[in-house]
Design a protein around this ligand. Structure first.
Ligand SMILES: Cc1ncc(COP(=O)(O)O)c(C=O)c1O
Length: 422
């Protein structure tokens, strides 16, 4: 394709607001577009290629499976599917009895909605007001307002709870003296509304701005859910498989929910695959309805990719790399920002390799959207592939976990050069 055809063709694909670059290939952790421009990857395709791009072991895993069996109907799981489910259940905390097969994060979440309804008969969902749970109709309905109304009328009934966001506390409290009131609000909401059967949240709110709730939040809301007999689920689609400096947020924060979803980093994007892990009650309830997901869920190729990908993450100890290197990047970004824009540092935060940079107008606490957009565009133009939150109020960095320190320094130099210019 020549450049003119590419720019015409781009308009025919639903790219949202960001579709101006067409990538041709990746070399190491550097993406290359059709014009030969290079972009050092600090985004991992929005938190997908956790183990790095085109890992040899994953490619070999897929190749050896392709020669044996490339597809099987959902009714007959294949050997790689059984191996993957054993591996997942071994990796996860005790308490899950079933791996429900899915292709992407949204349909894994749909399985959680369905199993919870099947278990307790309650159709209403409680979620966080800055959360994102996917693009299918139910998942988008319970996601933050930017995604559902007024664009699409909601398909399922939902209630939004305030996001546990200490830097901009929705209750106007100070972290030191707040008593985690945002968690206690869940009790108030559930007391008032007996139709709610499920509370689902991202353990670190990803595309909502790399927001890490206070550690006490999880156990408080879990106990509240238990008390009200409401299913408590985690959406680990973005946090899972090493991204936040542990294999899972469950491991990092010591939580065992009733259900949890994974996608993105499970196979690292090589072949789509996702899963909803369910406890026994949810699994048995769903089974009564002979629920199925999708024709392509857990193809043997996707399972082979996921198994090899998980092995790479474990063998190379990549989750703890993300922890160590994530802290390093955060400290460097803080010192660069202090040097050039001391008045505009809002908050630089995150967990592992899910990092958020929030910039504010100097002399106030207001987000500086203009500066954020300018910096984002400049970073991309200068060859550092970063992402933003959906509100465009936070620059998000999610490098591949195997990124080298020399690439980290290269990226930080680009960041410094761009910051000097904006
Ligand atoms: C937390 C979270 N849940 C669900 C999804 C949806 O996943 P998918 O796009 O694979 O359906 C995403 C996607 O970004 C996500 O970040």
């Amino acid at each position: 394709m020549d450049n003119k055809t590419i720019s015409e063709s781009i308009k025919k694909v639903n790219t949202g607001d960001f579709g101006s670059i067409c990538f041709e290939k990746v070399e190491g952790n550097t993406l290359v577009d059709f014009d030969g421009n290079e972009y050092l990857d600090f985004s991992s395709g929005y938190g997908v290629t956790n183990a790095g791009w085109h890992r040899e072991k994953v490619i070999e895993g897929i190749k050896s499976q392709i020669d044996k069996l490339s597809y099987s109907t959902l009714a007959y799981p294949t050997l790689p599917a059984l191996q993957l489910s054993e591996l997942l259940l071994k990796l996860m905390p005790v308490g899950f009895s079933k791996c429900a097969r899915a292709i992407g994060g949204a349909d894994a979440n749909e399985i959680i909605f369905k199993s919870s309804i099947a278990f307790n008969g309650k159709k209403k969902v409680l979620s966080l007001d800055r959360g994102y749970h996917g693009g299918t109709k139910s998942a988008v309905s319970i996601s933050s307002g930017k995604f559902n109304l007024p664009r699409f009328p909601s398909l399922i009934d939902y209630v939004h709870a305030p996001t546990p966001f200490c830097h901009h506390c929705p209750l106007g409290k100070k972290k030191e003296s707040c008593n985690i009131d945002c968690a206690l609000m869940i009790d108030e909401i559930l007391k008032k509304d007996e139709e709610i059967g499920l509370f689902i949240m991202e353990p670190v709110i990803g595309s909502g701005g790399a927001i890490v709730p206070p550690i006490e939040y999880y156990s408080i809301v879990q106990d509240i859910c238990k008390h009200h007999k409401v299913t408590f689920a985690l959406d680990e689609v973005i946090t899972g498989f090493g991204r936040i400096g542990a294999m899972t947020a469950m491991e990092k924060f010591g939580i065992v929910p009733d259900a949890v979803s994974f996608a993105k980093g499970l196979s690292g994007g090589m072949i789509p695959i996702a899963v909803a892990l369910l406890n026994q009650d949810l699994a048995e309830s769903l089974e009564k309805y002979q629920d199925v997901t999708s024709t392509f869920a857990w193809s043997p190729l996707a399972c082979a990719a996921a198994i090899a990908n998980i092995e790479v993450l474990i063998e190379e100890n990549l989750p703890s790399e993300a922890n160590e290197k994530g802290e390093y990047i955060v400290s460097k970004i803080k010192s660069i920002c202090r040097k050039y824009i001391p008045e505009s540092i809002g908050d630089i935060r995150g967990a592992g390799f899910l990092i958020g940079i929030e910039l504010k107008k100097s002399g106030s606490d207001e987000i500086d959207f203009e500066l954020t957009e300018k910096l984002y565009n400049k970073l991309i133009k200068n060859g550092l592939m970063v992402s933003t939150s959906w509100l465009m109020d936070v620059i998000i960095m999610m490098p591949p976990l195997n990124i080298s320190y020399s690439d980290i320094h290269k990226g930080l130099n680009i960041f410094e050069d761009c910051l000097k210019e904006v």
